[in-house]
Ligand binder design. Sequence first.
Ligand code: NDP
Ligand code: 8X3
Length: 250
Amino acid sequence: MKTALITGATSGIGKSTAIELAKHHINLVICGRRQERLDDLQKELSDMVKVHTLCFDVRDKEKVFESIESLPAEFGTIDILVNNAGNAHGMDPIQTGSIDDWDAMIDINVKGLLYVSKAIIPKMIDQKSGHIINIGSIAGKEVYPNGNVYCASKHAVDAINKGMRLDLNAHRIRVGAINPGLVETEFSNVRFKGDNQRADSVYKGYDPLTPKDIADIIAFVVTRPYHVNIADLVVYPTAQASAYVLNKTL
Ligand code: NDP
Ligand code: 8X3
């Protein structure tokens, strides 16, 4: 049986991915900062697969490496890494944006992804196999007004995804990105700092993607034969045609 390590598994896309991969009999290492949610998910899935929880902040370099080193032997071989942890913080014009928000997005979405990858890639190289899925965004393909630093962080993920694929090619490691458009998760609640009315309005008037839509695609990607690498996917809800064009009926 394979093992997948998923960051940001306490909510949204990461949590749904854990559920879908469990249905495909893939053992799980689920990560996040909220231990209680990790425990609940572990309970929910442990009838299906083996589940181990790791509670750490991806910004904490030492804790990232310590946590991954602490994995028990039965979870020591990571076949699939889903680099999903991330969020937008704020949505302000560049001239009034908060430096704390900028730090959070660069530290979590970019540096955190790099730390986790750095802790796992050498194991994949030793194994001579592995599959890394980077969760980018349409914000990594286009820049929209007030998206500035979030878009920059996701453009960085796009570049890192390409760079990883080039550098790990000689090691037979598969690397690919999934770049969703609008998915209804806690993403906007975090972006708008608990203004849930504003967050809800982002997903009103059309059918947004659900986290399960993305999780189904991740499950498809990781269950292809080993000679198939799905390198870069953009996934919109049907109502969306670009970062700018959304067919809202309300
Ligand atoms: P959620 O807010 O629902 O989930 C975010 C996850 O990231 C949570 O599990 C959270 O866990 C984890 N996370 C956030 N900060 C940290 C941190 N510092 N350390 C460790 N874990 C962290 O949002 P989504 O599911 O929507 O987001 C998942 C990914 O999908 C992100 O990378 C996002 O950019 C991307 N994405 C989302 C889209 C959308 O429309 N929703 C569209 C395109 C891409 P915890 O708080 O427990 O640490
Ligand atoms: C999340 C989707 O359009 O809010 O990455 O940037 S969007």
